[in-house]
Design a binder for this molecule. Sequence first.
Ligand code: 8Y7
Length: 291
Amino acid sequence: MNTFSTMSTRKPYSWNCRDREITLGDRSLVMGILNTTPDSFSDGGVYFDSAAAVAHALEMEAQGAEIIDIGGESTRPGADPVSAEEEIRRTIPVIEGIRTQSNIALSIDTMKAEVAAAAMAAGADIINDVSGFEADPQIVHVAAETQAGVVLMHMKGTPRTMQNAPVYADVVKEVGAYLAARAAWAEQHGVARERIVLDPGLGFGKTLEHNLELLRGLPKLAALGYPLLIGASRKRFIGDITGRTQPTERTAGSLGAAAWAIAHGAHILRVHDVIDTCDLCRMLDTLSSGE
Ligand code: 8Y7
């Protein structure tokens, strides 16, 4: 057994996202982050302008991203919620703009049914809900009716409160049980199992130690029987370990977390640094294919 032994056992899946089938587990996939928020984590609102956002999406596609994740509400710790109208104003022109030039898979990062429905009408394929369909349960009907792919993420609390000293008895067990329950609930409401991807939600109501335990426990989450998406890119816990206070200085630390995640069962990485992460994936995928 070597360090990467779990790579050869990463389960293959076919992820159904509306009229596409995305093959998972063979090649590791990169989801590029596209923020349209004026107060986003690390882009500082540079891509608030929709023409610039469209250009950034096309750039990430050219760099090797397979999916673009478009968000119109900052989920930064302590961030204030925004209205559905504002999220729609920020994201829909960007989805429409990308769609005039590209067929790349698009996910809408939202917790609101109304925003998800508008995004699907504009040509999005995937709903990425950081609340695991809890914030607005009506969103499950949008997912069921549009046959969208869905990412169900674990968050403890809300973006406003989540970093207030979160406590778990066993974080891997608790997050795993939560994700399995949310997937079962979505399936009961008409979302086919083949459309569901799970995500432990690094940084969402987790201390540094919780994030590390979740990364170490990824094989247990993979054993739930759904594909896994991991978002570690530039997050504070990377800064805590590397001493890099600026998110833009956290690329190498993020790549370390990405390599670990791929080697322990993750299928998709949600990242800012697309070129470097794609190179990392090609190296790990090539090494594991010879095991
Ligand atoms: C994640 C995410 C964010 C994540 C999924 C950031 C929207 C915070 N993080 N969605 N969104 N997983 N599925 O630092 O880890 O990018 S926002």
